[in-house]
Design a protein around this ligand. Sequence first.
Ligand code: NA7
Length: 535
Amino acid sequence: MSDNTHDAIIVGAGVCGIYMLYRLLNLGLKVKVLEAADGPGGTWHWNRYPGARFDSESYTYGYSFSKELLEEWDWSEHFAAQPETLRYLNYVVDKFSLRDHMEFDTRIKSAQFDEASNQWLITSDTGEQYRSTYFCTAIGMLSAATLPRIQGTSDFLGESYHTYYWPKEPVDLENKRVAVIGTGATGVQVIGAIAEQVKQLTVFQRRPNWCAPLHNAPISEGEMQKIKSSYDEIFAKCQSTASGFIHSHDTRSVKEVPTEEKHAFWNKLYNSPGFGVWVGNFKDVLVDPEANAEYSDFIANKIRERVKDPITAEKLIPKDHGFGTRRVPLETRYYEAYNLDHVRLVDITENPIECIEAKGVKTAQELMEFDVIIYATGFDAITGAFDRIDITGVDGIKLADKWKDGPITCFGVQVAGFPNMFMLAGPQGASVASNFPPAIEAAVDWAADFMEQLYKEGVDRVEADADAESEWQEYVKSFYETSLLAGTQSWFTGYNSNVEGHDKLRHMIYLGGAPAYRRILSEAADNGYPQFKTR
Ligand code: NA7
């Protein structure tokens, strides 16, 4: 085997790629990770913006596969900030001696399946070529950042940053006039973190999101010891919930609970840390429009209580979708930011941005001058990272063409016509709709076990069956008929106004819950992988 020929190439050294590398090296395979960044960490390598932190409890975000690692690592906060997570991932890479198998500063431009050898020919943007039997994508679901399609972004003479490409060097925002465009999970974290330190903050909001308090806190030494002794129960709990978080939903429905008791429960959720406020709710809040409307009203009143100016408060309350039907940003003093005299909310549905100019942002009503513009405008989510690579399967078929109207997969792990390509956290899998690491550990284990079996059997070509793929499509779509998430425009449902053609529903994610997804994968394995053809 030549130096650049491998059993498997994994693209991406984030949470997913790191664990896949660990698994495949343990199988004795020749494996390499190719990574565009200059170090491991993926999401946590790139997103260095102020306020970037987990919305998952730290101790459910770490890997569960190594008891030794769990014993060694101490989290300092219940929801760790980006620098700590990046340190953690680097620690994992070094602990398991993975770094030597990673090649950094290597962005993949194309991947082409070669029928004669049953290998993938993978080419970097500098023209370096690699061959491998398996082409494993661990390229992230939120790694193709998108700037707004606003005229003049390059004319601005101050500093400007997309949150994903935040520089490694410190950015001094003190005494600066700062604009933030975008109020998704990222914008909300940035705004909460910088509002008090800047001279002037102007937030450009197109559509408000339903946000709720994170309630972060430090983890004391005693608490960490307790967490360490409870890891088995913590991970078992995460395995049991649809969302993969430690929060399980209440089995009662909104209508059957008396108002006083209901409000006491909702107050408890609102005052508790993490995503309980979203996924720990009554069972019908995300499926029954009336239940959802009642809960949304409850949360709207919380916003009214926290924001002093009633006009601003109303602008911050979503009117076009119910609570939890888009990704809920968890926040720290986000709403209180709008009570500061130097913070202004600009509703761009009333006062649209016309263009960016040398000095700032020109809206229909005025020119606002800024020193810094922060674009928290999100991602070409889930499929964007795939679209950036020219992926060619059998008979010259392009993945981008096959996915023109949305992803088509079998179990979210393979695509018919693209043999030996394993998507470790791909579209239509469970990871995007749940706590990421527990879901990817399961998906990686499944793919690695499958490859181990193929390797032992001497099989060097495996491909999703087209009929099985069609069945999976129908199955994935069926959940969209009952979930309120499906009726809302967001990156969950494939919308992005900054990407041509992403203006209609695409079936991006599997909404059936993580435990059911794992069951489906295990059944496939137990039955000898009937959804896949080998030769
Ligand atoms: P999101 O959640 O996609 O949010 C992007 C935000 O940027 C959202 O408020 C958008 O408004 C706004 N946006 C996008 N384009 C424009 C233009 N052209 N003009 C004005 N405003 C715009 O991305 P995030 O980075 O916040 O979060 C992504 C995920 O990362 C998050 O869910 C976590 O899982 C981690 P819109 O709502 O589309 O009207």
